[in-house]
Design a protein. Sequence first.
Lengths: 316, 316, 316
Amino acid sequence: MKHLLSAQDLTQNDIIALLDMADHMAEINTRPVPKVPALRGKTVVSVFFEDSTRTRLSFETAAKRLSADTMTFSASTSSLNKGESLRDTIETLSAMRVDAFVVRHKSSGVPLQITEWTDASVINAGDGWHQHPTQALTDAFTITRSFGTPHTLEGRTIAIVGDVLHSRVARSNIAVLTKLGAKVVLVGPSTLIPIQAQQWPVEILHSLDEVVAEVDVVYMLRMQRERMETAFVPSLGEYTARFGLTPDRVSRMLAHALVMHPGPMNRGIDMVVDPAQVSGSRILQQVTNGIPVRMAVLFTLLGSGGSTALATGADL
Amino acid sequence: MKHLLSAQDLTQNDIIALLDMADHMAEINTRPVPKVPALRGKTVVSVFFEDSTRTRLSFETAAKRLSADTMTFSASTSSLNKGESLRDTIETLSAMRVDAFVVRHKSSGVPLQITEWTDASVINAGDGWHQHPTQALTDAFTITRSFGTPHTLEGRTIAIVGDVLHSRVARSNIAVLTKLGAKVVLVGPSTLIPIQAQQWPVEILHSLDEVVAEVDVVYMLRMQRERMETAFVPSLGEYTARFGLTPDRVSRMLAHALVMHPGPMNRGIDMVVDPAQVSGSRILQQVTNGIPVRMAVLFTLLGSGGSTALATGADL
Amino acid sequence: MKHLLSAQDLTQNDIIALLDMADHMAEINTRPVPKVPALRGKTVVSVFFEDSTRTRLSFETAAKRLSADTMTFSASTSSLNKGESLRDTIETLSAMRVDAFVVRHKSSGVPLQITEWTDASVINAGDGWHQHPTQALTDAFTITRSFGTPHTLEGRTIAIVGDVLHSRVARSNIAVLTKLGAKVVLVGPSTLIPIQAQQWPVEILHSLDEVVAEVDVVYMLRMQRERMETAFVPSLGEYTARFGLTPDRVSRMLAHALVMHPGPMNRGIDMVVDPAQVSGSRILQQVTNGIPVRMAVLFTLLGSGGSTALATGADL
């Protein structure tokens, strides 16, 4: 594995190997000094064309815990402002001997395109509506650890709720969760479920109430206020009434069921309940788990002897 | 001690212990390689909602000299722009296993509020008009070392001059300096001395000339031009005439007296004299001392066995 | 050598010593872990008043490979916005025990002026139209290594093409390349060749076609679109027709001749040919070489026993 561009490229075995590695990394994170020299001398560059403090800090923390050097390329202060092409920018950075690019861009496919311009590994940290594979791996890791079933989701049903149409998180999660054996139900207004979802290995529903009492995980997506302007939903109030996670809906969930959200939450719209009041909430655990999962991805792509370590779980 | 939110929370013994520790840190800073592994594996995150290069770099340098990892959360490029609440932002960062937040915010009380949302230590790096405790510790450290009296200010008189009303530096310094035994005189126009200062353990004067020849330290505050618009002073010229530090006033100071300023200076307004021409100026020394003092604060809050090291001054 | 302000300050011996050191640094960069502890405990601060991702990351990477700590002072978020003078800013940073400032500023002479306000080393990373010495050293290093002639340019002819008037890169390259024995030809419209160039040790031509088939290196300068507004050239199309590097012109170059460009390229204006299609292109190699050259500069200015290491090439 050289790049991580899409959750759809991963086989079930790839996913299990990454989650096994993430277990090992999670143990490292509990040590008094949560650092290992595994990637000493490697350089990881964050190239973020869209703001994302959460994801960028998660990757940087992961890289630092593996002793890699990190640098941030911010599009707003770069030569891109002087008219330099994206290709020239990437080739220039690459010529400084970068080992991995962590890329976020508002256009789908940019991370894939970047692989043609560099010998470095490329990790997709979110591209348009397309993919955000490390989020999906983090979510799968969080669910299987919560249920104590490493690393399978056989027999589990997961509802992904809200604006599926614009969500790279949803697309990535469908790929990872179904490959681990889960049944996925998409829940949202028909305007926010993509037409091609008919061909996906999912069930589609238009009412959260229909499913909230039966699923093992309620995975809430972020509902962006700006969607209102383009009339995907008649009003935010109506959206929240049908698809928001309210205390009442939480009370009808199964006793063991989990609540998840990729963040940032839009309180009062997608999340009406305060997650701190929900015992099944794993929303902060998702953030915590993002670090060992991204450590596992970085080590798998950049570590020498990565595959051996994956197979044996040997000490780093 | 878990947090450092206000100089008013510190006892005389706390202050002396921190300054003793800062002595030790100052020695480390004179070494050829001014670094110790005391906080290896700890993560310190700067969360600055107001710009402050000076304070942020001072904390980051302090953290790096103790071998901590540092990260910067910049409010301007964060999910706060997407409508995420401050609480969700802090909880999210905290879930990545942060050991300390260094917080600056334009509203008083934000650092205290943040302590309710995280298990990490919180250090107030300036909140509104309220407090800036590490500046006050730095200033006390600078004065006592200048006078060779570690760490007491018994018998010393310190004039704090200018816009006390809007100054968190003044409020923090009053707490620290008086606890070390100093007499503090506030000097400024009555519009810029808060009414409640009548209850503080200070003397209040409205003329710098009255006191400049008698005090051990003249501590100049920054006079912000924007105060003019809100009519706190009739004109900047008049303000400078009565409260600016001019060469003439410097010439009337006691031979051993010090000139201090927290920076950034407003030359020609608060500082009319060039500090480079004033032998008693400790303005750059304040910047230098900010690093060992902040190292002492970080180590006291985050170091294992901190209290022992404080007591014995043992090698790190 | 304490500062590096201008390529004109360097003697032939200085240049050769730096390039020898850069050879050593280039070898370090090929190691599995491309890091040495040579500058452990040193602090290098980037002070960039003009954006330049390329140059800033190159210096930061160089500093990190020598194990120095790096910090970035961004003019846009600093106290300069509160009216602090440049001098006070530099003195403040300097008081935190900075070992080197790497400075970029739109005004010529700022790095020189900064040397009066600090005991730290100052490296000019580009000041106005004046100088960019590490770029010129990088270019000389790239040419001599390409030709396998360490470190002389005797008998070589180098054409510098385009907007010489506004180019600090051109000014620095003329100094370094001629000191190593090269003949330099400036090629551009008369409006973009400075009048004083008559006194420089160069030949001046106004047609690229006249010289393209005879020189060892075609060094293209960036043609900035904004120059059009001030009428230095009648139209970009006409500029490109006479001075752009087209496939046709490349086909007439000598078999061994090199194409270089300091970046960022303005494709279709200065570079019409795709450099990836030109076997003699060293444009990405210039970026790669920037790192060992800047490591050599940093180590020469900041390393203890730097001169010894220069003389003996001993292991760091």
